[in-house]
Each structure stands twice: as structure tokens, then as C-alpha cells.
Design a binder for this molecule. Sequence first.
Ligand SMILES: [Ca+2]
Ligand SMILES: [Ca+2]
Ligand SMILES: [Ca+2]
Length: 224
Amino acid sequence: MTQLFSFRSGVLLAALALFATGCGGAKEQTKTTKKAQAAQAQPQEQVQFEVDGNTAIERVDVNGDKRPDVYKFYRVVGESAGKKAEDLKKVLIRKEMDVNFDQKIDIVQYYAGEAGKEVLVREEMDLDFDGRVDTTRHYKGGYISLVELDLGFDGRTDTWRYYQLTKTEDGKSVNRLIEKRRDTKGDGAVDQWEYYTAGKLTKIGYDTTGDGAPDRFKRLGKKK
Ligand SMILES: [Ca+2]
Ligand SMILES: [Ca+2]
Ligand SMILES: [Ca+2]
């Protein structure tokens, strides 16, 4: 199953790499080059704005095939009359992305916070492009706090990864995996718990009685 997962998530990652070459980030880096090219050819990325009452949609065609691949949904703040769409004060609510350009959304990001200070709170991804979400990432303060995964690709979450922002011995901030829960039987109930200390797996708990709590433990690593 893990192998299958790496293959399938590889599909999304490959598409993402392709996607990034025509996306915002890459544009920033090659601004000068783009400007130079603009004299000879139309820039590839096309942005469209549509304002309807207090909502606004920004559509971006990343690969230049005249069909949008990125949709940004905004809530318009304050007065909008007489203003150009680009000049509106707006709050990013949601971003939807079609990373393999098949006109089906593969990544949906949800944001919270005020204009200019929006933070990502949740991200849903369809890793194998079948239209069904396979992983959901939850964020706290810009860092991943929980990742829900459907490694069996059957539409049911079977793996939960919990992260915690902590400090290393030398005082650096690091967001570490602290616990992994798994439904190994595929019955929707967690039956295995992996505990991590300083990023290393130290203990595994198993539910052998079926009451939803670990009752048998295996410790890993050497004890001094
Ligand atoms: Ca496109
Ligand atoms: Ca797609
Ligand atoms: Ca899927």
C-alpha cells in the first residue's frame, strides 16, 4: 500500500513541478526574463478578475491554454464601487488548483485571517486525480498540525499524522511528527499508535482488544 501511495503521490508531485514552472512563484524569480520576453510574445500567464457584490474571483491560466487552472476566491472588504478589481481590498478565502490541467480541481486550500494577513488553515489534495480527496492537511500558525491520509485510496482516512512545533537542543524551531495513528484493518477505527520523540519512533501501541485504545506496547531504540 505504501508503494502504491508513493507512486500515486508521485503523480501529483510531478504535476506540481510542471505546474510551478508556469505559476506565481516561478514568475517572481524570472521577472526580468519575462519582461524581456513580453516584448516578443504574450506572457503565458493570464489573470482574470470578476467581482460580484462582496465576492471576487481571480482566475489564472497558468499554462496558457486559455482555460483557468487556478481559482482564488475573495471576500471584498469596504467600498468596491468605482474601483478597479486589482485595487479592491479583499480577503483570500479559498484557492483551488488544477495542477495537471485536466479541468478538474486537485488541490483546495482554505485560508483565514484579515486582508494581507491570510494564513493557510487547511489543504485538501487529490493525489491520484480521480476526483476524490486523499489527504487533508491541517495548519496551525502556518505549520502543519495534522495530516489525514487515505493510503488505501478507498475514500476512508486510514492514517493520521500529528505534528507539534517545538525547539531543538540548540533552540531552533522545528515542526516535528509526534504521533501517527493508523487503521491497519480498514474498518475505520484506529488500532495502531506510533509515538515519536525528537522525530524518532520510540514506541508503538496496539489495540488488541478492539476497544479503540492501545493495550500492548512495543518500545524501540536502546535504553541507557
Ligand atoms: Ca490553463
Ligand atoms: Ca486536475
Ligand atoms: Ca484521489
